[in-house]
Design a protein around this ligand. Structure first.
Ligand code: NAG
Ligand code: NAG
Ligand code: NAG
Length: 416
C-alpha cells in the first residue's frame, strides 16, 4: 500500500511539474457578496517550506511561510488571513472578511518553495444583490420605482400592459459613500387601466426583479356580492397574496394567502373571502359577500409577492346604497354593472330591456283591455267571466312588471 501511494505521489508530482512548465493556470473568477466573508482560491503542491504571498494589483497584501512565525503575517487590511491548517494540504486560499466595493480586482497568489514558483490569479467581483423593488404613486399622477444598496448599478426599464411607446421615465441613480447604488425612476401615468411594470436587472444578470402596479375603479351595490378582480402576473409560483383595505386611515389587512401552505388567514370572515380553487390558478379576486356602503367604500389593495416579483392592484371601490336612490335611478345602475363585469352582463342587460319592453306592452294591452271591459261593464251588467278575471288582472298590473324588472334587486334584499 505504502509503495503504491508513494508511486502515485511521485506521478502526481511529475505531472504537476510538467503542468507548471507547460501551461498557465487560468484565472479563477469569484463573485463575493457585499459585506459578507469571501474566499479566493489558491492551491499548490506542498513541499513543506513554502512562502505564500498574496497581491492585489501588484501590491503585497499578505506574506506567510508554511511554518508560520518565520515571517510575521503582513496583514495590511486586517481583514485578510490564511488558514494555517490548510497550508500543509496545499491550500493557500485567501480569506477576506466583510467584502467591500474596493476589494474588487485581480489577485495574485504566489507560492515559493523548493519546487519553484507557483503562481495563480483570481478575478474578484463584488455584488450587492437587489433585495427589494418598490413602487409608489405620488400625488401628481406620477409613479415611482425605487431601490437601494445595489452594486454594480442595475438596469431599470419600464413597460406597460397593454404596451405603450414613449414612456420617457426619468431615472436618478447614484452611489452612496460605500459605493452602493440607489435609484429613483419616475414615470408619468397615462390612464387608470394600464398596468405599469418596472423591471430591474442586475449587471451580472443574476437577478431580474419585476414590480407592477395597476389602478382601477369599481362600483358595487350595497348588499350585493361584489368581486374585486386581481390576477397574478404570468407563471408566478410560490407566491403570497395579501388584501388590504383603507378608507381614510392606514391600510388594514383583510386576508392573506400563501400558495406553498395553501393557507388563508382571513380577518374579515363572513364579510369577504377568496375562491380557493381560483387562487391556486393565480386568480386572487376578493369577494365581498354583503358590502355596506359606508363601511366598505374605500381602497382595496391586492399584493402578489413571489420570487423577485411583486404585483399590486389598487381598486377604488364605491359601494352605492340602494335605499338612498330614487326608483328612476335603478336602471342606470344595472348599466354600470354590465360595463364592469363584461359582455355576458351586457347580454343580460339586453334581455332585461327586451323583457321590460314586452312587459310594458303587456301592461298597456291589459290596461286597455280593462278600460274597455270597464266601459262595457258600465254599459251592460257583470258577467261570470269578469269576476274570475279581475283578481289575476290586478296582480299582474300592480306587481308582476316590477318583479320582472327588479329580479336581481329583489334577490339582494334576501341578504339584508
Ligand atoms: C521565488 O522563487 C524564485 C525562483 O524560484 C525567486 O527568483 C524569487 O526571488 C523568489 N521570490 C521570493 C519573494 O522569495
Ligand atoms: C432583464 O432580464 C429579463 C430576464 O432575464 C429580460 O427578459 C429583460 O429583457 C432584461 N431587461 C433589461 C433591461 O436588461
Ligand atoms: C416553490 O417551492 C417549492 C418548495 O418550497 C420548491 O421545490 C420549488 O422549486 C419552488 N418553485 C419555484 C419556481 O420557486
Amino acid at each position: 500500500m505504502i509503495m503504491v501511494k508513494a508511486l502515485v505521489q511521485a506521478c502526481l508530482r511529475l505531472l504537476w511539474i510538467l503542468t507548471l512548465a507547460k501551461c498557465k493556470i487560468p484565472d479563477a473568477h469569484v463573485t463575493c457578496l457585499f459585506s459578507e466573508d469571501c474566499v479566493l482560491p489558491c492551491n499548490f503542491k506542498p513541499s513543506g517550506n513554502e512562502i505564500i504571498r498574496w497581491y492585489l494589483h501588484e501590491v503585497l497584501l499578505l506574506s506567510q511561510s508554511q511554518q508560520g512565525g518565520d515571517q510575521p503575517p503582513q496583514d495590511h487590511r486586517t481583514r485578510t488571513y490564511l488558514i494555517q491548517d490548510q497550508l500543509s494540504r496545499g491550500i493557500a486560499s485567501l480569506h477576506l472578511r466583510q467584502c467591500g466595493i474596493k476589494d474588487r480586482g485581480r489577485y495574485r497568489c504566489l507560492v515559493n518553495s523548493t519546487l519553484g514558483q507557483q503562481k495563480s490569479f483570481v478575478i474578484m467581483k463584488v455584488e450587492a444583490p437587489i433585495k427589494m423593488v418598490t413602487m409608489e404613486k405620488s400625488m401628481n399622477r406620477e409613479i415611482q420605482c425605487l431601490s437601494k444598496d445595489i452594486f454594480p448599478a442595475p438596469r431599470v426599464q419600464w413597460s406597460t400592459l397593454p404596451p405603450k411607446d414613449n414612456l420617457r421615465p426619468i431615472t436618478h441613480m447614484g452611489p452612496n459613500t460605500e459605493g452602493l447604488y440607489s435609484f429613483q425612476s419616475t414615470l408619468r401615468m397615462f390612464e387608470n387601466t394600464l398596468t405599469y411594470i418596472c423591471t430591474v436587472n442586475s449587471t451580472y444578470g443574476s437577478q431580474s426583479w419585476r414590480s407592477s402596479l395597476q389602478e382601477r375603479g369599481l362600483i358595487g351595490e350595497a348588499g350585493q356580492e361584489l368581486s374585486i378582480p386581481c390576477i397574478a402576473p404570468q407563471n408566478l409560483q410560490n407566491f403570497s397574496l395579501t388584501w388590504t383595505f383603507s378608507r381614510t386611515n392606514d391600510p388594514t389587512v383583510i386576508l392573506s394567502y400563501d400558495s406553498r401552505t395553501r393557507r388563508t388567514s382571513n380577518l374579515w370572515v363572513g364579510r369577504a373571502g377568496l375562491k380557493l380553487d381560483q387562487v391556486l390558478m393565480g386568480d386572487g379576486s376578493l369577494f365581498l359577500h354583503n358590502p355596506e356602503s359606508r363601511e366598505q367604500t374605500g381602497t382595496y389593495t391586492c399584493t402578489f409577492t413571489g420570487f423577485q416579483s411583486r404585483h399590486v392592484v389598487q381598486t377604488q371601490v364605491n359601494i352605492r346604497s340602494r335605499s338612498q336612490l330614487p326608483v328612476t335611478e335603478k336602471m342606470p345602475k344595472t348599466t354600470d354593472q354590465a360595463e364592469r363585469t363584461g359582455e355576458s352582463h351586457f347580454q343580460m342587460l339586453v334581455i332585461v330591456v327586451v323583457v321590460a319592453v314586452v312587459v310594458a306592452a303587456v301592461i298597456t294591452a291589459l290596461l286597455l283591455y280593462r278600460k274597455l271591459r270597464a266601459n262595457q261593464r258600465q254599459a251592460g251588467g257583470t258577467t261570470v267571466e269578469d269576476t274570475e278575471m279581475q283578481p289575476t288582472e290586478t296582480i299582474k298590473t300592480d306587481d308582476s312588471p316590477m318583479d320582472n324588472c327588479q329580479l336581481t334587486e329583489y334577490h339582494n334584499n334576501s341578504y339584508n
